[in-house]
Ligand binder design. Structure first.
Ligand code: ZN
Length: 124
């Protein structure tokens, strides 16, 4: 991958990292006011669960972004963490923080391989 291309992705990643960090530092909707007269506890519970669910997703994304930035520093950005093949420019354009190529990602999602650091994937 060319330096210019990496610089472009780095800009995208850093902007996204800042945005997420700000949101996670000031999460809105997570502090649900207790209203004794309101009997709709189930609904409130659901609101909290949804907020926490999206926070978890955002934390995960932030972690992926930081790992991608770290891989840039190590000079291994754009290389699949499982098979060492290229992640692919089209995939990186869509998901600049993608740590794996499409093949490994879908194999992992379908449970065909277990991703363990330093281990070779066991092909199905
Ligand atoms: Zn791969």
């Amino acid at each position: 991958m060319t330096e210019a291309r990496i610089a472009k992705f780095r800009k995208v990643l850093i902007a996204r990292e800042r945005e997420l960090q700000q949101r996670l530092e000031h999460p809105e909707g997570i502090s649900v006011q207790q209203q004794p007269e309101q009997q709709d506890v189930g609904r409130q519970r659901l609101d909290i669960d949804v907020s926490i669910g999206s926070l978890v997703v955002e934390w995960e994304l932030l972690r992926n972004i930081r790992e991608a930035l770290h891989r840039m520093e190590c000079g291994i950005y754009g290389i699949c963490g499982v098979c060492d093949g290229p992640v692919g420019i089209r995939r990186l354009n869509a998901l600049p923080w993608a740590p794996f190529c499409v093949k490994c990602q879908s194999a992992m999602e379908s449970g065909d391989i277990l991703c363990l650091p330093g281990s070779q994937p066991a092909a199905a």
